[in-house]
Structure formats: structure tokens, C-alpha cells
Unconditional design. Structure first.
Length: 399
């Protein structure tokens, strides 16, 4: 599909009657707000100029990307759309034409967004796969972006929260600095009182709970661990019952030292078999030896404990091996091992893109996990995003 961009193209579509329809419904009287469950910290406390967020090293790139880019909309921890660059949005009666209001004259406007999208092959791929036909400024209004979809959408398309459709943040009121523990004992970091420290380590949480001046806030269930098996590998006999809630419950309770619960459907990867496979998603042959090796990221304690439990369920031919983080994905793509403990996000904005493992692999869901934010008492209220972001809550405008 060829995606058409820009004001001139959009104007031509309207003039020719393509995409023409009833005018958009009036914009909401007030912008949507995040669910109360997605707010942590203390309401009414002003945000500092710089907010330091310390996360596990495995999460730093994703959390940084979530905070470095602004998108049309954002998703809170419950998947609800809240304002991003767009303060409000509305659709026409067909559900195919969506209008986004970008009132900030100092921020990127519709032309900036469409130029950014047009310059990025990745952005164009996301838009094409999401059924976006055209996008451009509304005729006569440089603060409104009009997007036409190939299929109607009853609610604002969540894909517009995807980082690949974002623009780098400019002059934020509060700069978010993402740091990792860098090999330090996280308990030392607790003593250093960063604005936010995200961890799933129960020992660190016990330590922080006893420290004055800190408060603990549980974050959403955001990760599901799966056992990924190469096409020709069968799981140990005990894992054949992996679809039972009792089995996964026992695994969550007994196998890992973390806040865990049984993985529950629906799973976003269930229908990726119908996706058009890219060149990178090809069947991979393993070595075909009698030994079965389960790989996991060495720094992921939950993955290690799950791998060790599964090895215990197998026979003497099953082994577990930790890999450096930069080797883990390469090993999966290349079929270096027979099985892997793979952490996946609980939700996906574009499943066909995010299902990057080799075609024909079997995924057995195991457990879901969540972490906890350690905050300074009386710190500012933060919005927890579905993408792992932690941003200051917007202060309502005064009268």
C-alpha cells in the first residue's frame, strides 16, 4: 500500500471526494486523564527540573525511548489513551477519519509529524501495517492533524502511541534521566534517594520498606515469561499440562522470588501465524543432538529461576545456560539452542512486528511479573505508562 502524506495530498483527496464524509464530531470538553491506578507519588507536589529514574539494565533502553519521544497520544498503565502531543481527538461518523488537535505552538505540528513519518521507513511500515491511508494538516487549520484509515476504528487507534511514530522531546518541563544500577548494590541506591528506583528484588524492597523517607508503589503487570521451543523440540512431560491454571500457579508461587502470578490469556502472539513473515522469521534448525539446552539472559533472575525449574522437570539431558544480554536475541534468531526463557511485554501495539522469533517455534506461557517503584516520600505524582514510562502528571491549568 502506498501511503499519501501532506496537506496538498489531503486537500486533493477532499476535493476529489476521497475520504470525504460527515464532519468530525465535536472534540471532548476536557482531555482524557489517566486512571487513578496509574498515578503514583503525591498529587500537588511540583515536579523538579530533572527527575532521575533508576531501572534494571535490561529495561533502560525501553524506558529511555518511552521518555525521549513524544507521540500523538500516550497509553496509561491500563491501556487508556491520554494526551500526548494531541490534547484532544475526535472521529467522523464513519470511524475512518480522525482529527487530532495539536494546540502547542512551540511543539511539533502536523507538518512536522508527517515529515518525520515520511523520512522514516520504520514509521511508514507501522502506518502501512496499521491501515493508515493518509495524514496531513486539516485544511485551513495548522494545529489539527487529520488521519484517514482504511478501516473504521471505534476508539482512537492505539498505534499512535508507538515510539516509532514519535518525535524527540523538545524542552520538556521536567527532564527524565534514566540510569541503571551499573553493578551497584541496589540497596546503596536506595540510600542515595533517587527520585524513582524500579526493582523486583524482594530483598531490596524489604530494605526500602524499612527506610524512612521512602514509599513503595506496585507497578502494573507488564511482562509475561514464556518457554520458547524450537519447532522440533517437545517439552518435558510435566510441562504438557502448562495450559492448566494450577500448573502456572505453582510455578509463580514456588519457582521464582518475585511478584509473580500465573500467565493468563488472551496472548497477543496467538494469531501471528497469519502474519506475512519477513525474511528474519524463517524456520531454524537446531543441532539435533540428544542434549536439550535452555537459554536465558544471565542478568534476569526470574528467567534463570524458571529455566532451572524446567530443567528439574526434564530428564538428565536437559541443561540451562545463561547468556549475555547482547547474545540472547542473536541465539534465538540463529537457533543456537533448543529452548529459551523469553520475557515478552503483556501487550503489543503491532503483533506482527513484535513476533520476531523464528517461524514454527512453540511458545508456552508461564508467569506474569510486575515490579515496584521505590519513591521519595512527598515526591511528585507520576503517570505510569503502558510502555514503562514514568512521567510527571500534568498539572491542570488554572482558571
Amino acid at each position: 500500500m502506498t501511503i499519501r502524506w501532506g496537506a496538498a495530498v489531503f486537500g486533493a483527496l477532499v476535493a476529489n471526494g476521497c475520504g470525504h464524509g460527515p464532519p468530525p464530531t465535536p472534540a471532548p470538553a476536557a482531555p482524557p486523564t489517566p486512571a487513578s491506578a496509574c498515578l503514583i507519588g503525591t498529587s500537588g507536589v511540583p515536579s523538579p527540573d530533572t527527575l532521575t529514574v533508576v531501572v534494571p539494565a535490561s529495561d533502560s533502553a525501553a524506558v529511555a525511548a518511552a521518555n525521549d519521544f513524544d507521540t500523538l497520544i500516550r497509553l496509561d498503565c491500563e491501556g487508556r489513551a491520554i494526551p500526548g502531543l494531541a490534547s484532544t481527538w475526535s472521529r467522523d461518523s464513519s470511524g475512518k477519519v480522525w482529527t487530532f488537535d495539536l494546540p502547542d505552538s512551540t511543539g511539533p505540528g502536523p507538518l512536522d509529524l508527517t515529515a518525520t513519518w515520511n523520512a522514516s521507513d520504520s514509521a511508514k511500515m507501522v502506518l502501512d501495517a496499521s491501515g493508515v491511508v493518509s495524514a496531513g494538516p486539516a485544511p485551513g487549520n495548522k494545529h489539527k492533524l487529520v488521519v484517514t484509515l482504511s478501516q473504521p476504528s471505534p476508539s482512537v487507534p492505539a498505534i499512535f502511541a508507538d515510539h516509532l511514530l514519535g518525535v524527540r522531546r523538545q524542552r520538556p518541563a521536567t527532564a527524565i534521566v534514566v540510569r541503571t544500577a551499573d553493578g551497584q548494590d541496589p540497596r546503596d541506591l536506595v540510600d542515595q534517594s533517587p527520585d524513582v528506583l524500579v526493582t523486583g528484588d524482594p530483598d531490596v524492597l524489604d530494605y526500602a520498606s524499612s527506610r524512612p523517607g521512602t514509599v513503595l508503589a506496585q507497578l502494573p503487570w507488564d511482562r509475561v515469561y514464556v518457554l520458547l521451543l524450537a519447532a522440533e523440540i517437545r517439552p518435558p512431560g510435566a510441562l504438557l499440562s502448562a495450559d492448566s491454571a494450577r500448573f502456572r500457579g505453582d510455578l509463580a508461587r514456588d519457582a521464582v522470588r518475585a511478584d509473580a502470578r500465573p500467565a493468563t490469556p488472551p496472548y497477543w502472539w496467538s494469531d501471528v501465524g497469519s502474519c506475512t513473515d519477513s525474511a528474519t522469521r524463517v524456520p531454524v534448525e537446531t543441532g539435533g543432538t540428544s542434549q536439550v539446552t535452555i537459554g536465558y539472559t544471565a542478568g534476569d533472575a526470574v528467567a534463570r529461576m524458571l529455566a532451572e525449574r524446567i530443567v528439574a522437570l526434564g530428564d538428565s539431558s536437559w541443561f540451562a545456560r545463561g547468556l549475555a544480554a547482547h547474545d540472547f536475541n542473536t541465539a534465538i534468531r540463529g537457533g543456537a539452542m533448543d529452548a529459551y526463557i523469553l520475557p515478552l511485554p503483556r501487550t503489543s501495539l503491532l503483533p506482527c512486528r513484535d513476533a520476531w522469533w523464528p517461524r514454527g517455534a512453540t511458545l508456552i506461557p508461564l508467569v506474569e511479573t510486575r515490579r515496584t517503584a521505590i519513591l521519595r516520600k512527598d515526591g511528585p505524582a507520576l503517570v505510569v505508562g503502558g510502555d514503562g514510562s514514568l512521567r510527571p502528571d500534568r498539572v491542570p491549568d488554572g482558571p
